[in-house]
Design a protein. Structure first.
Length: 139
């Protein structure tokens, strides 16, 4: 069995952003040489997420609106986590909602995604350097 590891690094310009990473993950699959196996992609930070959904701007806007309703950033005093001097409690909650990682099957050397499925890195407390891990195992 082969094993391959790669990190993707991000530094978003805004506090919250969704970054389409499907092509970067597929390149890692090709670089791994794995033809049949599994590909894990996970955010390595507790205020970021990796998820799969449609690459459609309206949906991403809907996510922004929905997440802000569920865990609004302001007022920051509403969160006990922020008593420590932080201002990112909402980002931790948004990450919990959107999830930490995805696992995608690899079939014949390609990500085995369904119609319209794309992989995204979701940043909820950006403007600083963060990373996601790609781990591929298989034959």
């Amino acid at each position: 069995m082969k094993s391959f590891r790669k990190e993707l690094w991000f530094e978003t310009k805004t506090r919250r952003e969704f970054v389409h990473i499907t092509d970067q993950v597929q390149r890692a699959v090709h670089d791994s040489g794995v033809r049949e196996g599994l590909c894990l992609v996970n955010a390595m930070h507790i205020t970021a997420s990796v998820f799969i959904n449609d690459n459609e701007r309206g949906l991403h806007g809907d996510y922004e609106h929905w997440l802000e309703k569920l865990a609004p950033h302001a007022p920051t005093e509403q969160y006990r986590h922020n008593d420590s001097g932080e201002d990112n409690a909402d980002a931790h909650m948004k990450r919990q909602i959107m999830g930490r990682e995805v696992v995608v099957a690899i079939t014949e050397g390609e990500l085995d995604l369904g119609p319209w499925e794309s992989i995204f890195y979701g940043e909820f407390d950006g403007r600083r350097r963060k990373r996601a891990l790609i781990k591929i195992i298989g034959e």
